[in-house]
Design a protein around this ligand. Sequence first.
Ligand SMILES: [Zn+2]
Length: 336
Amino acid sequence: MTPQFHPYLINGPFDDPGLYIDFLFERRAILFDLGDLADLTPRKLLRISHIFVSHTHVDHFIGFDQLVRLCLGREKRLHLYGPAGFVDQVGHRLAAYTWNLVQNYPTDFTIVAVELHRDGRAFGAEFHCRDGFRRMGDSSFAVVDGVLLDEENFRVRIAFLDHKVTCLAFCLEEKNHVNIMKNRLEEMGLPVGEWLGELKRAVLRGDGDEAPVRAWWQERGESRERFFTLGRLKSEVLRIVPGQKIAYVTDALYSPENAARIVALARNADYLFIESTFLDEEADRARERCHLTARQAGVLARAAGAIRVTPFHFSPKYAGEGIRIQRELEEAFNER
Ligand SMILES: [Zn+2]
């Protein structure tokens, strides 16, 4: 299976957090957290369509201005998500600048900001460059099952964590890959065509095996059709491969509630990026600061059944000793 998403941290483990997820077959990317963006090229930054901000401590949000600066004058719609209070904070950041010369731009760079509340409601507003980034178009919607974004080939899910403020953890779940076995189609006398797109969508939607599927095509100027159950086509002509899962967790107190939410979000993740701010010898300090230790992060990764785990967000006090954090996490992750 060819992976469609390539995740990597935008900075070193001692620097500001941010996970860039590149879409390998589209000129597009999404970003989890918005720390310092200096190491990303403008080309990479301009691919970003959606940004998910865990919380607005400065190291997770300071990249905002860099991105606005770069997008100014371009036709772009940028979606930002964050915890309660986030839409006002985006508005305040924009209001800190003077926008008297933007009305005549030929383009309308737009920021769509959405904030998530623990009761499952989301509230959004838009900020248009041409209108001097005034807040407008307030709207709201319900977030069902933690799914914040649901597109054709992936979804983004959130979990609410406690970091003395509400902090969001994120997970990108690629939907199943639906591969069509052309030789099986031929054996059944079925040509390829538009109907296969509908068949794939029915599988990705999770339609039941009894659902009817219509195959249709043109043959010597005549319309032809045949009907099947979805279940039959699934077993005879499709190969369904599970998609990748990429989870991102920062910043969090090590509490039973947080642990349960992190493990549920990151369950069987192909990639888990998880903060490991302190060594476990400083567990008291970690608790005070509402951060995880490397050992705690490793225990959570193991409990979640993650395949790979990458620690980040190291405290600067361990400068030059990052390897100790890495080792402590790995030991807990691999413990029998
Ligand atoms: Zn932080």
